[in-house]
Write a protein that binds this ligand. Sequence first.
Ligand code: AMP
Length: 281
Amino acid sequence: MLVFKTAHHLRSRFKSNLQTIGLVPTMGALHKGHLSLVKKACEENDKVVVSIYVNPTQFNEVSDLKKYPSNLEKDLKLLQSFSNQVVLYTPDHKDLYPDGIQSKTYDFGTIAAHMEGEYRVGHFEGVATVVEALFRKIQPQKAYFGEKDFQQLQIIKALNAQKKLGVTIVPCPIVREKDGLAMSSRNRLLTQSQRQAAAQIYTVLDELKKRKLGKEVHAMKDFFIKELSREKELKVEYFFVASTNDLVPVTTIQEGFIYRIFTAVFAGKTRLIDTVELGRI
Ligand code: AMP
């Protein structure tokens, strides 16, 4: 498999306008969630660029950045199971931040104001900065993002439209472990008992979807917090229900809209996020 350290080398290798390029941006420590994006990209493009770059500007806490898992050797092995249609881009900071590691300023309005935008201040500026740099340097026709980070996906769509980057954004469904836990690189940081407890996050979200708890969000939130408090290693940071249009949290569910639950839960010191669609009522 070809591995490129600079976007310049990568682009000079794939100059031909006859080849379509699909981009899968990741921070490495790859798992089946990432691989589902790579698989879809392979089906829809001539070449697939997987980028592995732990982007410092999207971490609001240095300790979180420092302990972020990485295993390039294993990532390489996983990607080699695809054909040579897949190439890897592992830039150093200079390639993506030639003028210094700093976020740019954006205005994404309400979609960035709540949930991750509120609890991880500056996170989406960091994400948008690195994704804009990746889009401009790699110039893919399509780029693949997981619905696990649903709010991020909406931010990328807005970025793409605002900056007229001309990339088709392809959303990909959440891949879960057998017990329902959303796959995440951070799951590697969990102890065995935290890992077991973390399965409750999806179990309770799924129950909330099925149970008729009325239209009041506070009742859903109380239920979620009460159920998760049975696991002493879990602590709910936030629980919101928001319309998928504007991502503004609501207190009451109204007919005719599609809503999602968004939650962040600490398992010990590891922060996990999840989301499920509530659908139209
Ligand atoms: P990350 O390496 O965590 O930044 O993720 C890279 C991409 O993979 C993002 O678009 C994520 O939304 C996506 N992704 C991560 N975990 C999953 C999952 N369990 N299912 C689907 N997509 C995922």
